[in-house]
Ligand binder design. Structure first.
Ligand code: NAP
Length: 498
């Protein structure tokens, strides 16, 4: 099978019995070019697999993984050898995935063998030697899957794909874990033989495996090529974000050859040095832009060559543009935050506004609302911690615990309370909100937070964070592409997310 003949998305199916396996395969066919049958997941291995494999119409990869390589069976080497010796490669569309240690004991049709190595703990120091060892076998395809503990662990994996391409070898190289998602999405466009996808979020067979429907309909894997402009969201955590839905849909709707990925970054300095800055990075990729979220919005500023004066004043950057060999920083949060208010308030001049929280989003809110000449008060759980920010912008600062928002025109939640591990919680009570006009929660997921529910109950107007998210994303899109992001698109996309 040539590189072109084999599929790009392999859906990996791991089930305990044959009926469930068949059922999963039927569902997988919709998304898969090839299906990996994880036979080690079966509680009982049938005597003869021919009936099963012949009943499936899709090309197959058969895998019988031992526990120490991420499998579901504590099988001995002898059992593994017996297993492989008992099955026939009766069809051109059946491939075997054999671990490197078994290669010398078997005599398959090597033109349909993937020889594999897995490391679930990290990136081994001898990665290149492992590649060379596998490359000395007669197998048609090499597979190396390691675990990315940080996004920079993708670098050696991309380098392996580049090396295999130069040497004319077929390779599947993957960094597992959330930090390695870039290798799964971008790998095929750089020459990786295929990428693995799960049937759905619940049935991933390896850490960080993106589900196949998302590979196709969110990341548009089939359209990614050497020319594709790469953008992404830098943060920790990032996997919950809906930004990939907004930006990838924008690329499609505006006919831009681009892809937007979540980049789970622990160490921003290493990421910017080794993967982002064109003068120092170790990866040749078509990176064009970054969105930046907590906790990196302030930290990234020192890695940039130029920062727009507004972002400098705000003290936070949420957007990076890679322009030739320079990195430019912007803040689109401030304008994004104001945008939904303009249709709800005739003017914000002299409006009494309470901002809860004193982090990056609060900074952008203060700066933007001061420009609108609103009258601001900062509320925080820890006033000592929040006071420097209040002093910087010369606004008053109070404790959240005993606050009353009676008489305020606008109360803004700029804390994470209401989302993630805080879902169902509110930073303030309905009683505290009573008598305020409008409550604006910057959280967008969930769309209706506990704060907004309580605000609604005591008669306040409410506004969630999704409109802001889309508004700031629209500005990012313009900075990266030089194109406008159409009104129709933003409406369509918000319906999609909600
Ligand atoms: P951040 O920099 O981490 O700041 C969070 C702030 O919330 C800090 O002042 C923190 O106070 C406070 N806080 C945390 N837990 C709290 C609690 N249990 N009770 C009271 N205060 C608490 O985060 P950020 O970047 O400003 O983001 C804040 C929120 O805005 C997040 O939910 C984010 O998703 C949202 N946001 C939305 C958009 C959008 O487009 N809709 C854009 C940006 C941000 P301490 O310092 O005391 O910990």
């Amino acid at each position: 099978m040539t590189h072109k003949q084999i599929a790009r998305i392999c859906v990996s199916v791991c089930e305990k019995d044959l009926d469930s396996l068949r059922d999963a395969c039927e569902r997988a066919v919709e998304w898969a070019d090839v299906i990996e049958l994880r036979l080690d997941c079966l509680e009982a291995i049938p005597e003869d697999l021919t009936e099963l494999t012949q009943s499936l119409s899709c090309p197959l990869i058969l895998t019988f993984r031992p526990a120490e390589q991420g499998g579901h069976r504590n099988s001995t080497d002898e059992e593994r050898q017996r297993f492989w010796s008992s099955i026939a490669q009766h069809s051109d569309s059946i491939w075997w995935d054999i671990e490197g240690d078994l290669v010398h004991d078997l005599e398959p049709d090597w033109s349909r063998v993937i020889v594999s190595h897995h490391d679930f703990s990290g990136v081994p120091n001898d990665l290149e030697q492992i590649y060379e060892r596998l490359a000395r076998t007669p197998a048609a395809v090499l597979k190396i899957a390691v675990h990315a503990n940080d996004i920079v662990d993708c670098i050696p994996i991309f380098n392996l794909i580049d090396r295999a391409r130069r040497e004319g070898r077929n390779i599947i190289a993957i960094a597992m874990g959330n930090a390695g998602i870039a290798t799964r999405v971008l790998g095929p466009s750089r020459g990786s033989f295929l990428t693995y996808g799960a049937l759905d979020d619940e049935s991933a067979t390896a850490p960080g495996q993106v589900n196949a429907p998302k590979l196709r309909s969110l990341y548009h894997l089939d359209k990614i090529d050497d020319e594709t402009m790469i953008c992404g969201l830098v943060g920790l955590p990032v996997m919950h974000s809906v930004s990939p839905y907004i930006h990838n849909a924008a690329f499609v709707s505006e006919r831009v050859n681009g892809v937007y990925l979540p980049f789970e970054v622990h160490d921003a300095q290493q990421f910017f040095k080794r993967m982002v800055h064109p003068r120092t990075r170790e990866l040749n990729w078509n990176l064009r832009g970054l969105s930046v979220t907590a906790p990196h919005k302030q930290a990234v500023m020192e890695f940039l060559n130029w920062i727009e004066p507004d972002a400098e004043e705000i003290g936070a950057v949420n957007t990076v543009v890679v322009e030739n060999d320079r990195l430019l920083g912007y803040n689109t949060d401030a304008a994004g935050l104001i945008h939904p208010l303009l249709s709800r308030f005739a003017t914000l001049r002299d409006a009494r506004v309470a901002i809860i929280g004193a982090g990056g989003a609060a900074r952008a809110a203060i700066w933007a609302l001061q420009r609108q000449k609103a009258e601001l008060t900062l509320f925080a759980r820890d006033v000592t911690k929040a006071r420097p920010l209040a002093e910087l912008f010369a606004i008053s600062c109070s404790s959240l615990a005993d606050a009353s928002f009676n008489g305020y025109d606008l109360v803004i939640n700029a804390t994470p309370v209401g989302s993630g591990t805080y879902t169902g919680q509110s930073p303030v009570t309905g009683e505290q909100l009573s008598g305020s006009r409008c409550v604006y929660d910057l959280i967008y997921n969930p769309a209706e937070t506990q704060l907004l529910r309580e605000a609604h109950e005591v008669g306040c107007q409410t506004l969630g964070g999704l409109e802001m998210l889309v508004a700031q994303a629209r500005l990012q899109f313009e900075l990266w592409t030089g194109k406008k992001f159409s009104h129709e698109f933003s409406q369509m996309n918000m319906d999609f997310i909600l």
